[in-house]
Design a protein around this ligand. Structure first.
Ligand code: ADP
Ligand code: MG
Length: 230
């Protein structure tokens, strides 16, 4: 069964009297354990689409199904519970909590979930710190880390609840191109190890060789679907 199914999705934003059609009829399917990128220029609809998959917003028409659930039909509370159980997020500006260490940032989502014993939390956080190559930086706060290191911590944080899907909206936009490549490589490695589906957006053409499944967005439409080299 496909993990994500988009069926003729449209999304309009209302700005005063005007309607802005951000997505104009998009359909696709994403299989479990995929490594997928949505590529397109600024304004093409990438963030809008990731927000719909992430259950942060509902489509104007069409249906978005994630892990069997019609996510557009969930109310606020159901949506939050669905996200907590199924989806991890990685952001362009990292969004780490500045007062927490790398270790504590990764552990944080587990503290929001009940009934995870302290030993189990320690085991998961330690394993992820190791996997993202940050074990020796566990005690540092975000302002003591480079951009690439912060994004490594953010990748671990997104994975700590064992989500089915990790959504990353332009996760490399604030990184130099070499670091951007290493971050994409790390996401792919984590997909290989954990079989977690990664869906990320980018406007950087240089990253497209790294992905396996590439959807090109243009002006709210899916312009093409292709296979990258990775
Ligand atoms: P991308 O992430 O590819 O840059 P977006 O999904 O942010 O594209 O935007 C797609 C279109 O929708 C753009 O025309 C943008 O101006 C518009 N848009 C996005 N968010 C909003 C919003 N909250 N209100 C009004 N228009 C929006
Ligand atoms: Mg965007």
């Amino acid at each position: 069964m496909s993990l994500v199914v988009a069926e003729d999705i449209t999304k309009d934003y209302r700005v005063g009297e005007m309607i802005v059609p951000a997505l104009r009829g998009i359909s696709f399917e994403i299989e479990p354990a995929s490594f997928v990128s949505f590529v397109g220029p600024s304004g093409s609809g990438k963030t809008t689409l990731l927000n719909l998959i992430g259950c942060l917003d509902a489509p104007t028409s069409g249906r978005m199904t994630v892990a069997g659930a019609d996510v557009g039909a969930l109310d606020r509370k159901e949506g939050a519970a669905f996200r907590g159980a199924n989806i991890g997020f990685i952001f362009q500006d990292f969004n780490l909590l500045p007062v927490l260490t790398a270790y504590e940032n990764i552990e944080y989502p587990l503290l929001m979930v009940q009934n995870i014993p302290v030993e189990e939390r320690r085991r998961r956080v330690t394993a992820l710190l190791e996997a993202v190559g940050m074990a020796d930086q566990a005690g540092k706060r975000p302002d003591q880390l480079s951009g690439g290191q912060k994004q490594r911590v953010a990748i671990a944080r997104a994975l700590v609840t064992s989500p089915k899907v990790v959504l990353a909206d332009e996760p490399t936009a604030n990184l130099d191109s070499k670091t951007a490549h290493t971050v994409v490589e790390l996401m792919k490695k984590m997909r290989d190890e954990l079989q977690t589906t990664f869906i990320f957006s980018t406007h950087d053409q240089k990253l497209v060789d790294e992905v396996e499944i590439l959807f090109r967005l243009e002006d709210g439409l899916l312009a093409s679907r292709g296979n990258g080299e990775g």
